[in-house]
Design a protein. Structure first.
Length: 471
């Protein structure tokens, strides 16, 4: 590939700072890369901080989803709620947590909402969510406070953190995205045990209020350092035109080549790949949410003690989070799509394993398949998060992944509330079998994914030049 264009520009970022220079180079397909500025030029420090701070913030908000199931019994007794009430509160939270991702991404890319401001607003809304769960007994008001306000707040934080990593590490995003995304699961572990052993109708106000303050303070502190890179920014240690360089980045790019150009959301939809990713995520996330919502109750239903029930959820949360990091790194080496297919297959097969463990009343098998279910039920999220900029570029990633991730709002409805109806009609065995079967369908759909604009390996054909989109 040849250098088509080069420009020099002075960009003073901070008062009194020396103006930086950068060049924009265009590859043979028309994609523009902005080079010449280091992460320290832009941030004043290493871009690694844009991994660790989002990770900390994600751990803080993980209590919303992954520990909620352990708090349901106490909440039901304290507020006089039915099991259906508590499931629908979580389902509404999932709906808004996922649904805000696209509008937040669109506002962020239009300059209406900066990453820092999104985190500030989200932290305050998270506090309101827990205060509502603590002090409001009316179901509708709890749905509005925790489900709507808390869901929007945690969604602002989640989408900002995930997309921050993809923007700052365009050359090797899998492992970094998986690491940050993992915090959203295992960060809940202390709260799972608090809710199972130190949470009752005598102290629930104090516990929930303190958790709300904890989430707000941690996220607010992290937000001060959040900043997006300039559009088209590319790190200097690897050539964007040849992918030549040192370390693991070049190997990762050989398995996961960058998008042929920067696709706007409408362009990404028209490729047909974004809708296909959305459908696959809807199904897979629905199975994952089903497992999170019902695993503790199922363990108690088949006669396992509270320690096994809590431990199974703890195992799921830890492996769910650690698995996200592991498959992120693996996808850099093996390729994003084959890793994703493998993860979804594991998730589907684990659901049938849970049925088997329940039938034979084996606590060891139950914990093992909780391990597999936790692995598969979380690992697909960072893979979709990394696959989206792989296919459609980084410039519009907040919006494009917002569209893909919005599939979770549908998943929340049939994974939580609708899942409760299926359990009531078919029992746990029937519900878990349905979950496993739909997950296998998602794996088949994922096999159809391909990077837009790039010829399929082995089919030959010259690359088609793509028009450059303005940044």
């Amino acid at each position: 590939m040849t250098l088509n264009r080069s420009t020099e520009n002075g960009v003073p970022e901070r008062s009194g700072a020396t103006p930086r220079t950068y060049r924009e180079v265009t590859d043979a397909r028309g994609r523009v890369y902005r080079i010449g500025e280091t992460d320290r030029d832009i941030l004043g420090h290493s871009r690694r901080l844009m991994v660790y701070l989002p990770w900390v913030a994600m751990m803080a908000i993980s209590v919303f989803e992954y520990a909620y199931g352990s708090a349901e019994d106490t909440l039901s007794h304290a507020h006089g709620w039915t099991q259906s009430n508590t499931f629908w509160i979580l389902s509404v939270w999932i709906f808004f947590q996922a649904g805000v991702s696209f509008p937040a991404g669109w506002m962020r890319e239009k300059g209406i909402l900066t990453a820092r401001r999104a985190m500030f607003v989200g932290s305050g809304m998270c506090l309101i969510g827990f205060l509502a769960l603590s002090h409001v007994s009316e179901v509708l008001l709890a749905i509005i406070g925790f489900g709507v306000v808390g869901g929007i707040g945690s969604g602002l934080i989640y989408s900002t953190c995930v997309n921050m990593v993809g923007k700052w590490f365009p050359e090797r995003k899998g492992g970094k995205t998986g690491f940050v995304n993992g915090g959203f699961a295992y960060g809940s572990l202390p709260f799972i045990f608090i809710f199972n052993y130190a949470f009752d109708t005598g102290n629930y106000h104090r516990v929930l209020d303190l958790i709300g303050v904890y989430v707000m303070v941690v996220v607010f502190a992290c937000a001060f350092f959040f900043k997006d890179p300039p559009k088209n920014w590319w790190p200097g240690h690897i050539d964007p035109l040849t992918h030549g360089g040192t370390g693991k980045s070049a190997a990762s790019l050989s398995k996961n080549p960058p998008a042929v150009r920067q696709y706007t959301p409408m362009e990404a939809i028209r490729t047909g790949m974004l809708p296909l990713m959305w459908i696959a995520l809807v199904i897979t996330a629905g199975v994952s949410i089903f497992g999170i919502s019902f695993q503790v109750d199922y363990a108690k239903e088949i006669g396992f003690g509270p320690l096994v029930a809590a431990s199974s959820m703890g195992v799921m949360a830890v492996i769910n989070g650690v698995g996200r990091g592991v498959v992120g790194w693996a996808s850099d080496a093996w390729g994003r799509k084959p890793t994703l297919v493998m993860v979804i297959l594991v998730l589907g097969l684990a659901q049938f394993g849970v049925i088997w463990a329940g039938d034979v009343k084996s606590e060891a098998l139950f914990l093992f398949f909780a391990f597999l279910s936790g692995f598969g039920g979380g690992a697909f999220y960072p893979l979709f998060a990394a696959l989206t900029p792989d296919y459609f570029g980084e410039n519009y990633n907040a919006s494009n992944y917002g569209l893909v991730y919005s599939g979770k709002l549908i998943s929340g409805l049939f994974g939580g509330g609708l899942g409760s109806m299926v359990v009531g009609a078919w029992g746990y065995d029937g519900a878990y079998a349905l979950a496993g079967g739909t997950s296998l369908i998602a794996a088949l759909i994922t096999l159809l994914l391909r990077q837009p604009g790039r010829p399929t390996p082995g089919r030959g054909g010259a690359p088609v030049a793509q028009p450059r989109t303005a940044s």
